[in-house]
Write a protein that binds this ligand. Structure first.
Ligand code: PRE
Length: 289
């Protein structure tokens, strides 16, 4: 089933193999369907991996493209994905927004355990706080579903709402998501290549990683002042611990515009004087749903 997601793209590259989080049935699969080409002479296929780390590691040897979640509207950034860019900066070539709704399903009224994916737990926190059974963390929503289907003991699971149409459960509680308008933003990443030139008809976003090699008082303020001075509008700013010392952070930043825009180039030239800057990509901005 193709899914109603909103994204634009000027990328015409053919990606025969696309990696995403599996097994089949994840929200990641829905996001990845956006990059499947409809043209049968130009076929490509989804390849499922059991964790986000293994999905990203599939590029470039096993797959030309990987689709991973980067940000949830409530939970914020998906930190394993951002942290992976510090170790290995892949190139972001597109983004897509996917509506996310969860249901609780169970084989018994008094489950002994509840399976839930680590990001899904944060998005269903109010429902889970009201349950007495312990929550067991899974790597994907499809794994939560599979664990429940395989369970011989009384168990429950947080599963994507679309799973209700495909399976029968003894107990179902719909809409256990904390917020009604829940959404996750996914990105498409590939092995880095030269940036494509900007097309005037497209609204771009640029993703940047600033590696902290020179911590000092006011470091973040300086970066922000540079962006403000060149009127570069930031749409995301996340600090991630370097893991070396308390108080040392890398910054993942997204801004409006293409990396070739003179304002972004001028800002990055200044920031580069003190810190390592990696442009992770300039890509068409997805429409808000
Ligand atoms: O497990 C899935 O269904 C996924 O696609 C992963 C994932 C995520 O890790 O962010 C994707 C969307 C939802 O926000 C919850 C889970």
């Amino acid at each position: 089933m193709r899914f109603n997601v909103t994204a634009t793209s000027n990328d015409t590259t053919h990606y025969p193999r696309i990696a995403t989080l599996g097994p089949t049935g994840t929200f990641s699969e829905r996001a990845a369907q956006h990059w499947l080409t409809a043209d049968s002479s130009n076929k490509n296929a989804l390849h499922f991996y059991p964790s986000l780390a293994r999905t990203l590691a599939a590029v470039p040897e096993n797959c030309e493209l990987a689709i991973v979640p980067i940000e949830n509207i409530v939970e914020g950034i998906v930190s394993p994905v951002v942290d992976s860019f510090v170790r290995r900066p892949l190139q972001i070539i597109g983004e897509v927004m996917v509506p996310i709704q969860f249901a609780y399903v169970a084989n018994h009224s008094q489950p002994e355990r509840i399976f839930a994916q680590f990001v899904a737990q944060g998005q269903c926190s109010e429902f889970l706080a009201g349950q007495s059974a312990p929550v067991l963390t899974t790597a994907s929503n499809s794994e939560s579903l599979q664990q429940l289907l395989d369970s011989k003991q009384p168990a429950g699971a947080i599963v994507p709402a679309h799973a209700l149409a495909e399976h029968h459960f003894a107990r179902v509680q719909q809409d256990v998501t904390d917020v009604a308008h829940n959404e996750t933003r996914f990105i498409a990443v590939r092995e880095p290549r030269e940036l494509e030139a900007a097309q005037p008809s497209i609204d771009y976003k640029t993703a940047i990683l600033i590696i902290d090699d020179a911590d000092h008082p006011g470091l973040l303020v300086e970066h922000l002042q540079v962006f403000a001075a060149y009127r570069v509008n930031l749409t995301a700013l996340v600090s991630r611990p370097t893991g070396r010392r308390f108080g040392h952070y890398h910054f993942y930043i997204e801004c409006e515009g293409h990396a070739h825009d003179s304002s972004i180039q001028a800002a990055l030239t200044l920031i580069q004087l003190r810190n390592r800057v990696t442009v992770l990509g300039s890509f068409p901005k997805a429409e808000q749903t």
